[in-house]
Write a protein that binds this ligand. Structure first.
Ligand code: IMP
Ligand code: MG
Length: 179
């Protein structure tokens, strides 16, 4: 894998301590609630895997998948559910786990969709927040990092399905782009 055009923005050590901080905050609110963590595929799978392994209380994990961007880097705003939940969330404490909130379109769609299913509570944990790109208002209850308006890869995030495996969060520099 050619990594010459990758530049580390958030190191694995920074990610690790932030995941611990988020887990401690989540613990305070959910330790006696058997919450349901709902990961948003595919981007959140690495974050969710690390996050749940730092939670020392009972919880369950489910996944949803929303329509993606195709191979580009910008949102269309037209969101559809392509993998739905297979369990009832009525009366459950639901924590949505997302990699990054960019325009906010995907997560606003999902929160609206889940809220109609009468969960006991519904909150959002996002590893990253890119507020400069926001098109719809989104409440992030547990937020890892605020990131600038640059396209990021690694730690589950992809560019054209590549780079999800990188342990750090990196920017992709175009060929010929100066430092
Ligand atoms: P939004 O609907 O624009 O908020 O973006 C939703 C999804 O797009 C996120 O959950 C990510 O999976 C993906 N995404 C947004 N920004 C980036 C990025 O910088 N790199 C990789 N994926 C991104
Ligand atoms: Mg995502």
């Amino acid at each position: 894998m050619d990594s010459s055009n990758l530049k580390c923005l958030i190191s694995r050590e920074e990610i690790e301590s932030t995941v611990k901080r988020l887990a401690a905050d989540i613990r305070k609110d959910y330790h006696d609630k058997n919450p349901l963590a709902v990961g948003v595929l595919k981007g959140s799978f690495v974050f969710l895997a690390d996050l749940v392994r730092t939670l020392d209380f009972h919880h369950e994990v489910e996944f949803v998948r929303l329509s993606s961007y195709g191979s580009g880097t910008t949102s269309t705003g037209q969101i559809t559910m392509i993998h739905d939940l297979h369990v009832s969330i009525e009366g459950r404490h639901v924590l949505v786990v997302e990699d990054i909130v960019d325009t906010g379109n995907s997560i606003a769609f999902l929160i609206n969709y889940l809220s109609e299913k009468q969960p006991a509570s519904l909150k959002l944990c996002a590893l990253m927040d890119k507020p400069s790109r926001r098109q719809v208002e989104v409440q992030i209850d547990y937020r890892g990092f605020i990131v600038p308006n640059v396209f990021l890869v690694g730690y589950g995030l992809d560019y054209d399905e590549k780079y999800r495996n990188l342990p750090d969060i990196c920017t992709l520099q175009e060929v010929g782009e100066e430092e």
